[in-house]
Design a protein. Sequence first.
Length: 68
Amino acid sequence: MLPFHGIPCLKGQTTRLEGTLEMMRTKENSRLYNCRVSYTASRRRSDEPKDGEKLMKSEHVTHVYQIP
């Protein structure tokens, strides 16, 4: 299980997340779920248009959360 690292939100910049959230029922209890989050993050200045120059783009990240 990977730790979840925070995504910084900086004043004057817009942070955009794109990805998926997948939930799977556990075998032990159908009311509990394991979860997989896959995303990329990008950042641009807030005054730039949505398709404007990106200041940063992350690699594709996947985190898996499992019920202990």
